[in-house]
Unconditional design. Structure first.
Length: 271
């Protein structure tokens, strides 16, 4: 109990030190210092969708999707400062960048206190949020099969369909019973006619997942992945086709079909 009483004040003091180490300009923006010979890296908790630099004295780029790299232009003799705006999928943050000393931090982590919520039409969950949910689903034991198929000595199955917010999470797995490794050519999702005859005009609508958990080029014996689609509806005479195709020259194609009833029976995400 004594240790706990000692730790609480220490945590409070540490938080106050961090708070005091952050300074703000008169316009209310957090001050970030940039030495003339240094490079600043703004690290975002989610992919950066947009960045704006208010002055031509600075130049920036996105070396990776969640990092904004900032430096002075080579031709700049004197830096007067400027405002940097960074927008992620769910937030916007602004910083006042001013000339600084050599010992100024070279990395700025974008913290919640520096951000404001950003309402972008069509974006309900960020990529990081989708990834966390998909990782949780794939870490669980595969549930009862919703649909299964067998072809070319391979077994495919939809383990479960989950619904959350504006999304469907499809937990899909395949097993290869041959000694020939399966090299993945493509994974396609299409809303197609349930029954196709030679005389019918097939109207197929291809869907693109908004998120795919794993990027696996091939598998020897087993494969499992989680795909996220935006919520959809289609007539009862249509099916959602999940098509796994193999690279040539083998070209094995495995197709799973989900009815609209399967979609309507999607489970809520498990706790």
């Amino acid at each position: 109990m004594k240790k706990l009483r000692f730790m609480v004040p220490c945590i409070v003091v540490f938080a106050l030190i961090l708070l005091c180490s952050v300074t703000y300009a008169q316009n209310g923006l957090r001050l970030v210092y940039l030495p003339g010979n240094a490079t600043l890296h703004f690290v975002s908790p989610e992919p950066i969708q947009y960045a704006d630099i208010s002055t031509k004295e600075l130049e920036g780029d996105l070396p990776i999707k969640n990092v904004l790299r900032l430096r002075l232009r080579d031709s700049v003799g004197h830096f007067n400062g400027g405002i940097v705006t960074i927008a992620g999928e769910k937030f916007i943050a602004q910083y006042q960048v001013v000339p600084g000393e050599r010992n100024s931090p070279a990395q700025i982590n974008i913290e919640p206190v520096d951000t404001r919520p950003l309402d972008i039409a069509g974006v309900s969950l960020s990529q990081n949020q989708l990834k966390r949910i998909a990782l949780d689903l794939i870490s669980r034991k595969a549930a009862a099969k919703v649909k299964k198929t067998n072809a070319f000595k391979m077994k495919g199955q939809v383990n479960q369909v989950y619904a959350f917010d504006d999304y469907f999470f499809l937990d899909v797995s395949f097993k290869n019973k041959t000694n020939l490794k399966y090299a993945i050519e493509d994974f396609r999702f299409k809303v197609d006619d349930q029954k196709v005859t030679k005389a019918s005009n097939v109207q197929s609508v291809e869907l693109r997942p908004v998120f795919t958990l794993l990027s696996v080029p091939s598998f020897a014996k087993s494969y499992r992945n989680v795909f996220v689609l935006k919520k959809l509806s289609f007539p009862g005479n249509k099916v959602l086709k999940i098509e796994l195709s193999e690279q040539q020259p083998s070209g094995r194609i495995i197709t799973l079909r989900l009815s609209y009833q399967d979609i309507l029976s999607a489970d809520p995400l498990p706790n």
